[in-house]
Design a protein around this ligand. Sequence first.
Ligand SMILES: Nc1nc2c(c(=O)[nH]1)N[C@H]1C(S)=C(S)[C@@H](COP(=O)(O)O)O[C@H]1N2
Ligand SMILES: [Mo]
Length: 403
Amino acid sequence: MSEAHMDRRRLMRSVAVAGGAAATAHLIARTPAEARARVAAAGPILKPLPPEWFIDHGTNAEMRWEAMRGQGTYVPNDRFFVRNHTRTPVIDARTWRLELFGTGLRGTPTAENPLRFTYGELLALPSVSVGAIVECAGNGRSFFGTQQGTPASGTPWRLGGAGLARWRGVRLSTVLRRAGLLGSAVDVQPEGLDPDFVSGGVNLGRVRRPLPIAKALDDVLLAYEMNGEPLPPDHGFPVRVIVPGWVGISSIKWVGRIEVSSEPLHSPWNTRFYRLFGPAYPPEGSDPISEQVTKSAFELPWNATLPVGRTTRLTGRSWSPHHPIRRVEVSVDGGATWRGAHLSGPDRGWRRWSFPWRPENTGPATLVARAVDATGAVQPARTTPNTFGYLFGAAVHHPVLVA
Ligand SMILES: Nc1nc2c(c(=O)[nH]1)N[C@H]1C(S)=C(S)[C@@H](COP(=O)(O)O)O[C@H]1N2
Ligand SMILES: [Mo]
């Protein structure tokens, strides 16, 4: 039996054990009514959010970077950040269908009469496993205000709105080709099954965002496994999109429908949101944002206390859509002077590094890390502000106290 086949059987079994619903222990109930009541009583995120791992931002949960110290390459599922527009839905994989429709498919199937794939059919297709980072476009947003004096509205992420996992699934190109992809297709729009998103009293419908066909056929995945387990409910069970290197909003969770179109597609997520607005940009905003920007994070609490006169091995990770990361430099004086960090191992989505530091004076200090990506570009000292605070790529000032 092939490895893929084994995987599929194991996955179907674990999903069956969970009753086809959320594989979340605290939601297990004796009756459907009890299950519904528990889901209703649960918050917008279903998994536990221990305060030592997460900063609670309401519908979003930020990973604390110190939770990655001593961990392996990937962020364990229970520590992975969550970004929900509304709330995590509980979906039954046995009744779930992936629906495809639109003018970019042979025979032009309609939204009312789409092509359908079951969960089992998807799992039976050839699969691949890739390491990819999911990162919110607003990751680092709080630093527009705290570091540059150019505050932006939205969830005040520090750097924990990003995570690297190993995803298994079917290439989107495989599914599109089986669905009869036409050469005329230009855009592909996956849509989530979570509740409609209401903003400023206006219902904007289901979370959805078009992808250009070139990216859709390149390296995009329909993922059903995260770090070797069925996708957890909060991360898109039963199936989510993974768009490597692009802003997190591209990676639609709980995907239910995919429109394939011979005309460009639009949604509030590529017109109103996820463009750069502000003085430096045109009134209608920049083009829709796509690629992420390079970042570096210390695996250290915010305002950590470090011992004076003793060597602390500072550790961290740097990542960029233009990998591998070539070099990382660390400053212990707020960016005045820099020294090279020691890179440990290859770039597997992000590059790990360490930097021994023996502070001689007590008092507050500012640590800064900046990475050089595969193109030779170095993280800048400042990011041009934009209204929504997307794509903060400047080197982040990390405050510590030496005592
Ligand atoms: N259906 C749906 N997909 C979604 C979202 C959502 O709210 N609904 N949030 C997006 C955003 S903005 C981000 S940053 C990522 C977060 O993925 P995670 O929660 O698995 O970390 O999912 C994206 N996919
Ligand atoms: Mo996001």
